[in-house]
Design a protein around this ligand. Structure first.
Ligand code: CUA
Length: 124
C-alpha cells in the first residue's frame, strides 16, 4: 500500500503544477467575451487568447450603429443600435496582435474607434 502510494503521488503532483492548457490532451478552449460598442470605443478594447482558441464574441451597442472588424481573421459584423446582441466566432489560428476596427460609420470619432486582439503562442 505504502509502495503504491509513493509510485502514484509524484505524477499527481507534477500534473497539478502544469499550467492549464499545457497537457496535450486538453482540448482547445472556447473563450467568450461580451463586448460593448459605444461612441467611440469597444469595452473591453483588448482581447487576449491563446492560439487555437475558439473566440466567441457577443457584441452589443450602447448607442448607435457600430460594427466590428478584424481583418486578419476576415471577421466583420454589424452591431445594430438598440442593444440587440450579435455573435461571431472564429478560431484564433494566427499568433500576433491584430487591430479591431469599427466597420460602420458612427460619427466623428469613428476612425479612432479601435481595439486589438492579442493571440499568444500555444504552450506545447
Ligand atoms: Cu463605431 Cu464606427
Amino acid at each position: 500500500m505504502r509502495k503504491r502510494l509513493l509510485g502514484v503521488l509524484p505524477w499527481t503532483v507534477v500534473l497539478g503544477l502544469l499550467p492549464a492548457g499545457a497537457a496535450p490532451s486538453v482540448p482547445e478552449a472556447t473563450q467568450r467575451f461580451e463586448v460593448t460598442a459605444s461612441r467611440y470605443k469597444f469595452d473591453p478594447a483588448r482581447i487576449e487568447v491563446r492560439q487555437g482558441d475558439v473566440v466567441e464574441l457577443v457584441l452589443r451597442s450602447a448607442d448607435t450603429d457600430h460594427g466590428l472588424a478584424i481583418k486578419a481573421y476576415a471577421v466583420k459584423v454589424a452591431i445594430p443600435k438598440g442593444g440587440e446582441t450579435v455573435g461571431v466566432s472564429f478560431v484564433a489560428s494566427r499568433v500576433g496582435t491584430f487591430p479591431i476596427e469599427c466597420s460602420e460609420y458612427c460619427g466623428s470619432g469613428h476612425k479612432r474607434m479601435k481595439g486589438e486582439i492579442v493571440v499568444t503562442e500555444k504552450v506545447q
